[in-house]
Design a protein around this ligand. Structure first.
Ligand code: ADP
Length: 320
């Protein structure tokens, strides 16, 4: 490859900027021209593409969001849209594209690869719902946001002897709830991967209160439903429980990325560039047990991420 482009797509996540910076600087280091595509696949179809240099990615490693902006684009899901995108890149002499995003964005990259553009996907989503990587870019920061919020809730809860239901993001993957739940000592973690019974949850909460527990946190992944509904169901069973509900929402997608996310993004961005230089295509980059890996996009999008049951059971054992 001689010229590559980079775009961010789907939901944004903290660390996307660090990945963009790594791609741009690594490409230039290797003597490759690099272009930014504004607003994801929509920007590609609008030919909203500009040349990037070393300085264009200065002062962004610490910023949340994405300077390239993101968008959803229905047209790109059609073959005509994909052909138009490939043609626009080809006209500019761009033969490689790095896409930072989630599952949907990966599928777009696979389609472009089939049309002759060399593509690499980087996992950019706070949900950690992508297989063949232990972590996605943004996940660690999101977990930090949740833990920080729960620390604050704990202060006021112990003053009032209350329980709290905290709803966090994660549509198909409970990793934010699981990791933040273990780190913040949540009593109950409700996630899509593990069936639960609200009668048991309520009984346990009541027993724990009777045994002197003065505050309890129920963390609910949005994939299992609304925190408000969980709180109502608990209160219906035992009116004395009466939890406060906090919905963290998009706050979880914001803020300065943690060093972990910046370093993950930097390593993956550089890796994706090197893979393109090797002539590889249609791969999703990830890190497994600390090692950088590139896996066929088709395999990644059709494999559900492994769930860490051991960690879930540990969280349960420690939350008596
Ligand atoms: P994410 O990448 O976070 O999963 P989306 O599912 O919204 O987010 O996908 C982002 C964009 O990727 C979509 O707006 C669309 O342009 C493109 N995309 C999604 N699925 C496909 C697909 N099957 N084929 C081609 N492009 C797709």
């Amino acid at each position: 490859v001689k010229k590559i482009a980079i775009l961010t797509s789907g939901g944004d996540s903290q660390g996307m900027n660090a990945a963009v910076r790594a791609v741009v600087r690594s490409a230039i280091f290797h003597g490759i021209e690099v272009y930014g595509v504004q607003r994801g696949y929509q920007g590609l179809l609008n030919n909203d593409i500009f040349s990037m240099d070393i300085r264009s990615v200065g002062d962004i490693i610490q910023r949340g969001g994405t300077i390239l902006q993101s968008a959803r684009c229905l047209e790109f899901k059609t073959l005509e849209g994909q052909q138009k995108g490939a043609a626009i890149l080809r006209e500019r002499g761009i033969d490689g594209l790095i896409v930072i995003g989630g599952d949907g964005s990966y599928q777009g990259a696979a389609k472009l690869s089939a049309l002759g553009i060399k593509t690499m996907g980087l996992p950019g989503t706070i949900d950690n719902d992508i297989s063949f990587t232990d972590y996605t870019i943004g996940f660690d920061t999101a977990v930090n946001v949740v833990v920080d919020a729960i620390n604050k809730l704990r202060d006021t809860m112990s003053s009032h002897e209350r329980s709290s239901v905290v709803e966090v993001m994660g549509r198909h993957c409970g990793d934010i709830a699981l990791h933040a739940g273990l780190a913040s000592g949540a009593e109950t973690i409700l996630i899509p991967e593990v069936p639960y019974d609200l009668n048991e949850v309520a009984d346990r909460m009541r027993q724990n209160f009777e045994h002197g527990k003065r505050h309890s946190i129920v963390i609910v992944s949005e994939g299992v439903g609304r925190g408000e509904d969980v709180a109502d169901a608990l209160k219906e069973r035992y009116p004395s429980i009466d939890p406060r509900v906090t919905v963290l929402g998009h706050i979880q997608r914001g803020g300065s990325p943690t060093p972990f996310d910046r370093n993950l993004a930097s390593r993956l961005g550089d890796f994706a560039v090197r893979k393109l230089i090797e002539g590889d295509s249609n791969k999703a980059c990830g890190v497994i047990n600390g090692q950088l890996v590139a896996t066929d996009i088709e395999k990644v999008v059709k494999t559900k991420k492994d769930f860490n049951m051991e960690m879930y059971e540990l969280a349960q054992r420690l939350s008596q």
